[in-house]
Design a protein around this ligand. Sequence first.
Ligand code: NAD
Ligand code: TDX
Length: 357
Amino acid sequence: MPALPSPRRLLVTGGCGFIGSNFVRFWLHRHPESRVVVYDRLTYAGRRENLTGLWGHPGLSLVVGDIADQAAVRGACQENGTDLIVNFAAESHVDRSILGPLAFTDTNVRGTQVLLEVARELGLRLHHVSTDEVYGDIPEGRRSEETSPLSPRSPYAASKAAADHLVGAYHVTYGLPVTITRGANTVGPYQHPEKALPLFSTNALLGEPLPLYGDGLQRRDYTHVGDHCRGIETVLLRGESGQVYNVGTGEEITNREMARIVLETLGGNQGLVRHVADRPGHDRRYAMNVDKLRALGWEPGCGPREAVARAARWYAANRWWWEPIRGGEFRSYYRRQYAHRLTGDAGVPSPDVSGGE
Ligand code: NAD
Ligand code: TDX
């Protein structure tokens, strides 16, 4: 099947979030002739500051709106002559999905379906940004292929899997041109400090404990956001309609090792690691086969260890970005999520960050 036509006018939902903002920066740098409308509800996770230095770029504009608002999405697409919707918008934090799951269904499931409806109405292409979490917990020795069954285990992962199924269904039923990427745990600039890597980095810089869930031997494929964005670009330019592509380094490290690298990189004391009560339903391992994306000419630029160290260094150099976030709503979230964990007896052995890697 021939590759899809090259997109020129993009509606990037969630473009003020972590990966979305990195993608917009990357895309406008690589495709300066194209036009990007960022469509974002600016939730706690979406920030104009994430696109610092780009406001004023002739190819960039912002529409503040909800992806679940069909009239607003349709209007934004029509006004801007959109030919491709790239959907990054989501409630994205697993721990928040455990505390309050309904918002995840509203945005991740219904919101994605509204985008599909608008794409169907206006004849647009849609690229959906999904996650390795849809495959569920992967036993040692196995790797998820794009055709593997979906087996999500958190409300977040279940909402993302539902969205993937809807995207697939619109392709089969209505012939809508769609592609999906399933990314691994992504790290890099502008990631909200509630996520493990920026949380551990900023806590290390503040001399505060790093709360490592359970035994810390869960394995994740920490992938640099630059590689993730390049993977999405590859699929936008060379992917086939109706296809799913995994994006990751193809290698995993334990969370213990991630914490150790963060502290080593930032000159923090390894004794700052605290084993705390585990996340309910915590998946032990994610691991994907990324050969299908490689076959399109993409390669990861670095493995998980370098990705973690590079990301940690960014937080050391960019306190201007994260200090105001940690001073706001984040504080009450942090208390709710961690106060009992860090003061109570978590019932787990105390830290040994050197082992089990
Ligand atoms: P993020 O939480 O940093 O950003 C999400 C963005 O979406 C924010 O700008 C937010 O304001 C916006 N948003 C939320 N609800 C919205 C709504 N209803 N309407 C419009 N905008 C809305 O998320 P992220 O980490 O950048 O993740 C982006 C996408 O990539 C998500 O779909 C996520 O599931 C997926 N993903 C993330 C990772 C990761 O490690 N961060 C890995 C794989 C896949
Ligand atoms: O305080 C913590 N302590 C800890 O040990 C936090 C916040 C996390 N962890 C562990 C849980 C995970 O095994 O670290 C690992 C990474 O946690 P998160 O950064 O919360 O990421 P994760 O739950 O794996 O999900 C991320 O990657 C896949 C993104 O948030 C998702 O949007 C993406 O789909």
